[in-house]
Design a protein around this ligand. Structure first.
Ligand code: UD1
Ligand code: MG
Length: 465
């Protein structure tokens, strides 16, 4: 290969990068109707984790090869990167054949190509950059790692002139099986050269497949140099079964906890806090034990998430205090210093600055103005069995305990709803709404009632004898 085929063009500028992610495999060992690459880690498909890493290189072209569950995988890929080229591999005849399926999306591309696997989600952006950079010195580069248990991984066979070939475990001799440096699946090289070499692959191997890994031997056969970049095994973790998925989740969570703390959040018991791929915690957020973040949560500075709370699709404003035992559902927006207490559920609701709902409430499809007080047991009755309706509560309003607000309904600013009122009509500003049956006290009636009840019980017992 000429210098222009390597990392830098003749004028010294970096050559553009394209990435192909192979994701057509079935993942038989997952025992799932869902394609393997759509199983989630931190609430995002493992494919999306791999794509994010790839996107960090700002590739000129990004191709994802789909096959098993093609439509669903394509949809997930497009959701993560609208410009992605989705390529169909009709039948899964090996990783080399999969890259061949990406050829239409890569044709005419003059630059470096990185190949990744959709079931290997943790390869870090820095490692991909090191792979791309290795092409300044080599025609092809392979990402390897020292495996604690080499098992089914491809083995990297080296000689005096470096990496010579990759042998799949099923094709390896006992001596080759003893090699511990294994193939991660990430490979980089000049795009046109790699695509050309794919034409020389054969299926003469134990699995009868076109192996991408054979490109190494083919490149060496043409007198090209092949570089080896090593990374920690944790990065190349490939997911093949449910136990592997759980192990990957644990790796993701450990990384997310460390990143949250490094960014200035306090986690009282980090090992009990679970993050989603997109959780954002500002500095000086405190997260108490046993908190679960679903997707789409942002927590602003100084907020405190108390123990046993569950949040998803929610924005928590600065200084707000949530929980313990609170549930924030999608569409929740809490302004600064809001208080959401124990056993309060909030959904699709905007709560104004300093407003409080401290105990046992449901606020759904609602707007609550600044400084409003929502008493214990307040329920927004938002659903009539067919449609959802909104409840508007103005700034400074006071909603007494055990009130039902039958939506659509508005409680205007400064209004007061008396305890146990069922609000079915709008309440004007500064008005008092009271709607409960008047109470009667009947002197001596308790004793008479008890006598009657006791007599009935005795009569029933006598009938049974
Ligand atoms: C592959 C490598 C092996 C490496 C290991 C690392 C080859 C021949 N072997 O083996 O050297 O140590 O990964 O995890 O490359 N795929 C397709 N179409 C296909 C076959 C596979 O798109 O026809 C995709 C899969 O969806 C998956 C990836 O390629 O994302 C790897 O395929 P897999 O079958 O898991 O390969 P391994 O046997 O793990
Ligand atoms: Mg695999």
């Amino acid at each position: 290969m000429t210098a222009a085929g390597r990392g830098r063009a003749g004028d010294g500028t970096e050559r553009p990068v394209a990435v192909a992610i192979l994701a057509a495999g079935k993942g038989t060992r997952m025992r799932s109707s869902r394609p393997k690459v759509l199983h989630e880690i931190g609430h995002a498909p493992m494919l999306v984790h791999a794509m994010r890493s790839a996107l960090s290189l700002a590739p000129r072209r990004l191709a994802v090869v789909v096959g098993h569950g093609a439509e669903a995988v394509a949809e997930a890929a497009r959701a993560a990167a609208p410009d992605v080229a989705v390529c169909l591999q009709e039948s899964q005849r090996g990783t080399g054949d999969a890259l061949r399926a990406a050829a239409p999306a890569l044709s005419g591309f003059e630059g470096r190509l990185l190949v990744m696997f959709g079931d290997t989600p943790f390869v870090r952006p820095e490692t991909l950059a090191a792979m791309a950079a290795a092409l300044e010195r080599h025609d092809l580069a392979v990402l390897g790692f020292e495996a604690a248990e080499p098992g089914r991984y491809g083995r990297l066979v080296t000689g005096p002139a470096g990496l010579e070939r990759i042998v799949e475990a099923k094709d390896a001799t006992p001596e080759e099986l003893a090699i511990r440096v294994c193939n991660s699946g990430v490979m980089a090289g000049d795009c046109a050269t790699m695509l050309r070499l794919l034409g020389s692959l054969s299926t003469e191997n134990a699995q009868g497949e076109y192996y991408l890994t054979d490109l190494v031997g083919l490149a060496r056969g043409e007198g090209r140099t092949v570089g080896l970049v090593l990374c920690p095994e944790a990065e190349t973790l490939g997911i093949n079964d449910r136990a592997g998925l759980a192990a990957a989740e644990a790796v993701f969570q450990a990384g997310a906890r460390a990143a949250a703390m490094a960014a200035g959040a306090t986690l009282t018991a980090p090992e009990t806090v679970f993050f989603a791929h997109d959780t954002v915690l500002a500095p000086d957020v405190v997260v108490e034990p046993n908190v679960v973040f679903g997707p789409g949560v942002r927590v602003a500075e100084g907020a405190r998430i108390r123990a046993f709370s569950h949040l998803e699709g929610a924005e928590v404003g600065p200084g707000a205090v949530i929980g313990p035992y609170a549930r924030l559902r999608p569409g929740t927006r809490l302004a600064e210093d809001v208080r959401i207490g124990n056993f309060v559920e909030v959904k699709n609701a905007e709560i104004g600055a300093g407003a409080k709902a401290n105990h046992l409430s449901y606020l759904g499809d609602a707007t609550v103005g600044a400084g409003a007080n929502i008493g214990a047991g307040t329920i927004t009755c938002n659903y009539d069995g067919v449609n959802k309706h909104r409840t508007e509560i103005g700034a400074g309003a006071f909603i007494g305990t055990n009130s039902s607000l039958v939506a659509p309904v508005t409680v205007a600013p400064g209004a007061y709803v008396a305890t146990a009122t069922t609000v079915t009509r709008d309440v004007p500003a500064e008005a008092l709404a009271i709607g409960r049956a008047p109470q009667q006290n009947r002197e001596g009636a308790a004793a008479r009632l008890r006598q009657v009840l006791a007599a009935r019980k005795a009569a029933r017992a006598a009938r049974k004898d």
